[in-house]
Design a protein around this ligand. Structure first.
Ligand SMILES: [Zn+2]
Length: 384
């Protein structure tokens, strides 16, 4: 048995009468964020110091409970307020430790996406009902909710729909690692999503290319409408909806591909991703292809099926090394084919890299040099 953190996502039924209360609460969370941030900046300006989390919490609690001006913050539960302050503090701590480039920023209240409750302020009722801050809402309970619920986050998406995210801790019985070892090596690429060591391409989510064409059409339509008009707002909503659809399709495609690969292989070797470097080389498209999202889904699927994902180190040469004789040479980004200067072998660039990843991964796996089972970041894994 092993503890697994998971997030279950459910859609709330629309109710114009009640939804506004949740939207207000999300807005209030945004106001608390901006207010606390202003305090931090002001205090730093005056004293050069940072307000400790506990002090800030006590101060905001006093404003909520003792002043008329901020009494409306009581609508947002005490835990939700504390959660906002904790997130702000985390943002600052990351900045202090040089893990983030910039300190937290002011955010437009209507762009605030969520608020989070811990154990109080909500209650699951019979069937598909839930009580949040004293009001009853219905949600689409399309899959059973299991495990020990740690937090509930109420989120709104770009088209103002409301969702429940339950973060749970589950005791899962993960299967033992399979011992028969069908090993495979894979290289991520721009042209082909994945190429395996046999040279076989695996595409994922590129069917949304036509969705991208539709996005451009929608964008052009929106640009024609006058600023501030109702029609422009409607056009913007269509764009948001198209974006959500693309993201959904991509996630589905990733799950499908992950299961396909786990059907065929037991040990799956990849390069350790350096997304920042990839973006610098390839530009924005990297995030469109969402390599890290796919890897995370694959690790999850693999862990539930007893398969192993091996990630070889970043320092391992993969594109510039001949998979046949080991000769090293420089490969320009636009070179699609590897012409070996040592043995004269000619091979597709990604195929050659996948073979190198296969070799490095297989030896790391047999020598147990690398942690063979990379745990998925289940916290970020949303089951919808
Ligand atoms: Zn060679």
């Amino acid at each position: 048995m092993m503890e697994v953190r998971r997030t279950y996502k459910y859609r709330l039924y629309r109710s114009d009468k009640r939804d506004k209360h949740l939207h207000h609460q999300i807005n209030f969370a945004g106001m608390v964020w901006n207010h606390a941030l202003k305090l931090q900046k002001h205090y730093y300006h005056l004293t050069g110091k940072y307000i400790a989390l506990g002090v800030l919490k006590a101060h905001i609690a006093k404003l909520r409970m003792k002043t008329v001006r901020f009494a409306f913050w009581q609508t947002l539960g005490a835990q939700a307020v504390q959660d906002v302050l904790e997130r702000l503090d985390t943002g600052y701590q990351r900045f202090f430790k040089h893990l983030a480039k910039r300190p937290p920023k002011y955010k437009k209240v209507r762009e605030r996406k969520s608020f989070t409750l811990k154990q109080t302020g909500w209650k699951l009722l019979d069937g598909n009902k839930i009580q949040i801050s004293g009001r009853i809402y219905k949600f689409v309970r399309h899959r059973p909710l299991q495990g020990d619920i740690k937090t509930l986050t109420i989120k709104r998406d770009a088209v103002q729909r409301l969702w429940l995210y339950f973060s749970v801790s589950e005791q899962a019985n993960l299967p033992k690692e399979t011992t028969s070892s069908q090993v495979a090596g894979f290289d991520f690429g721009l042209k082909t999503f994945l190429t395996d060591h046999t040279g076989k391409p695996h595409v994922s989510g590129l069917h949304h290319r036509h969705a991208l064409r539709r996005l451009r059409t929608l964008q052009a339509r929106k640009d024609k409408k006058p600023h501030g008009s109702n029609n422009r707002r409607k056009a913007a909503k269509l764009i948001s909806r198209a974006h959500i659809r693309i993201a959904d399709q991509r996630r589905d495609a990733h799950y499908k591909l992950a299961h396909e690969l786990c059907d065929r292989y037991d040990v799956l070797c990849f390069e350790d991703l350096n997304i920042a470097a990839m973006k610098a080389l390839w530009g924005r498209k990297v995030s469109d292809l969402a390599f890290s999202q796919f890897l995370n889904i694959l690790k999850y699927v693999a862990s539930t099926r007893g398969k192993t994902v091996v990630q070889i180190g970043r320092w391992e040469p993969t594109t510039g090394k001949c998979s046949c004789c080991g000769y090293l040479q420089k490969m320009e980004l636009r070179e699609r084919t590897f012409h070996c200067g040592g043995c004269g072998r000619v091979l597709d660039r990604d195929h050659n890299a996948a073979m190198n990843i296969y070799d490095a991964g297989a030896s790391a796996y047999t020598n147990r040099e690398v942690v063979s089972r990379v745990p998925p970041k289940t916290r970020r894994l949303v089951l919808s």
